[in-house]
Ligand binder design. Structure first.
Ligand code: PMP
Length: 448
């Protein structure tokens, strides 16, 4: 490895980072992470911290998960790459499609389309939704609905269904025909409704209104995150997703769940769809599918899609990626799935999730700067920071940065996303690790 000065200088000089400005990378140089073990990461200056971000919501099994590393190295020896475009397949991807069909059977999903990550998975679902309606002689169904504050990735289609201006404005015009419904976000919403069940109903009514306004015959699909992640861990009332499903079904609109974060156990349920008792037509997954060790994703498909595409020679899928079904990614995913099931990570995610959620609520008693704490379903928790609790005035970015920096100095890497501190540690977290996160956060909040 090059020395620390070389790395710091050249990071500033040559490396444009995602989701930040080149200028910020110079004035606030990133921490250079050089190694990891278990749930901990170590930077080039020797700080060793519990990774409360879990990579980027993806390292569910921690950094040491040997079976996944072994699967990757052994697949690299036998078949490091081959395409799965028409005419060729590979054993790892076939076995994975079989295993995923078993895993997602309770969600009513039994076919897999492989991708290289979350944005790819969303893009795939959007495109297959349009094709589905064309195959069924309803070519006018081209529009998409999604939730404000939702995050679905960065490709043009995915960005178009994003519900946060930060990921849209600079890239407009985006794809026409995408419309956004208010999110069931009790802390701030246009209805000033704080009761979660009533708010869920108001948002469902807004969805009905938008469908009536657009005309159901123009709408292809609705995309929802079962729990909104990057938007600040917005947990809808349990009635919300079933209402969305019923409305979509009634209007012939496909339901896509974006489970790039929620699939594979993070919410304390195996999928977000199972958490809320819904059956989507498509489910976009990525991230934890390979524990973050290889860029990979899978869109799972249900009966409506199967009926429209299978047995129809005209249903040619003019879509796919060089890395769709990559054998190394597929081998990593197979090992991950086996470990995920063997370790039964949902149980620990639920237990540690409750510990962190309750711990954050206790911190709220102590720190005026906390306006809201959200979570309670597995290891997805957010603390929303405010400069004034009474007016809910959002905190300025610099103060949120202090929380992060001081927490880091005190043993935990946490993530700042807008006014939110987001906690999404690996699902193999121990009680002691969770205590480290909470006490580091306590010191960080006191310092801000
Ligand atoms: N959907 C959701 C819910 C996500 O959280 C993300 C990434 N954070 C994406 C899609 C996009 O995934 P990727 O960054 O792998 O393209």
């Amino acid at each position: 490895m090059k020395d620390s000065n070389f790395l710091k200088e050249n990071n500033a000089r040559h490396f444009w980072h995602p989701m930040t400005s080149p200028e910020d990378s110079m004035t606030e140089p990133p921490k250079i992470i050089v190694s990891s073990e278990g749930v901990r990461i170590r930077d080039i200056d020797g700080h060793d911290t519990v990774d409360a971000v879990g990579g980027l919501w993806n390292v569910n099994l921690g950094y040491s998960c040997q079976p996944v590393k072994d699967a990757i190295s052994s697949q690299l020896q036998t078949l490091p790459y081959y395409s799965t475009f028409r005419g060729t397949s590979n054993d790892a991807a076939i076995e994975l499609s079989y295993e995923l069909a078993q895993f997602f059977a309770p969600d009513g999903l039994s076919r897999a389309f492989f991708t290289s990550g979350g944005s790819d998975s969303i893009e795939t679902a959007l495109r297959l939704a349009r094709q589905y309606h064309k195959l069924r002689a309803e070519p006018g169904r081209t529009k998409f609905l999604s939730l404000k504050k939702g995050y679905h990735g960065t490709h043009m289609g995915a960005a178009s269904v994003n519900g946060n201006a930060n990921f849209r404005a600079a890239y407009e015009p985006l794809m026409p025909g995408c419309f956004h419904i208010p999110a069931p976000y009790t802390y701030r919403n246009p209805f000033n409704e704080t009761d979660p069940a009533k708010l869920a109903q108001l948002c469902a009514n807004a969805l009905e209104d938008e469908i009536a306004f657009q005309g159901a015959h123009t709408i292809a699909a609705m995309v929802i995150e079962p729990i909104l992640g990057a938007g600040g861990v917005i947990v809808p009332h349990p009635s919300f997703a079933p209402m969305v499903q019923e409305i979509c079904n009634r209007h012939g609109i496909l339901l896509i769940t974006d489970e790039v974060i929620t699939a594979y156990g993070r919410t304390g349920a195996w999928t977000g769809a199972r958490l809320w008792g819904i059956k989507p037509d498509m489910m976009a997954t990525a991230k934890a599918i390979t524990n973050g060790f290889f860029p990979f994703g899978a869109v799972m498909l249900g009966d409506r899609m199967i009926d429209a595409f299978e047995g129809n020679p005209a249903a040619k899928i003019g879509h796919g990626y060089t890395y769709s079904g990559h054998p190394v990614g597929a081998a990593a995913a197979l090992a991950c799935l086996a470990e995920t099931k063997r370790l039964n990570v949902v149980e620990n995610a639920a237990a540690r999730g409750t510990q962190i959620y309750e711990g954050c609520k206790a911190l709220m008693e102590k720190h005026e700067i906390i306006g809201d704490v959200r979570g309670g379903h597995g290891l997805m928790t957010a603390i929303e920071l405010v400069s004034d609790r009474a007016t809910k005035k959002p905190i300025d970015g610099a103060r949120a940065g202090v929380v992060q920096d001081v927490a880091y100095q005190n043993g935990a890497m946490v993530r700042v996303s807008g006014p939110n501190i987001i906690l999404s540690p690996p699902l193999v977290l121990t009680q002691a690790d969770a205590d480290v996160i909470l006490s580091a956060l306590d010191v960080g909040l006191a310092a801000a």
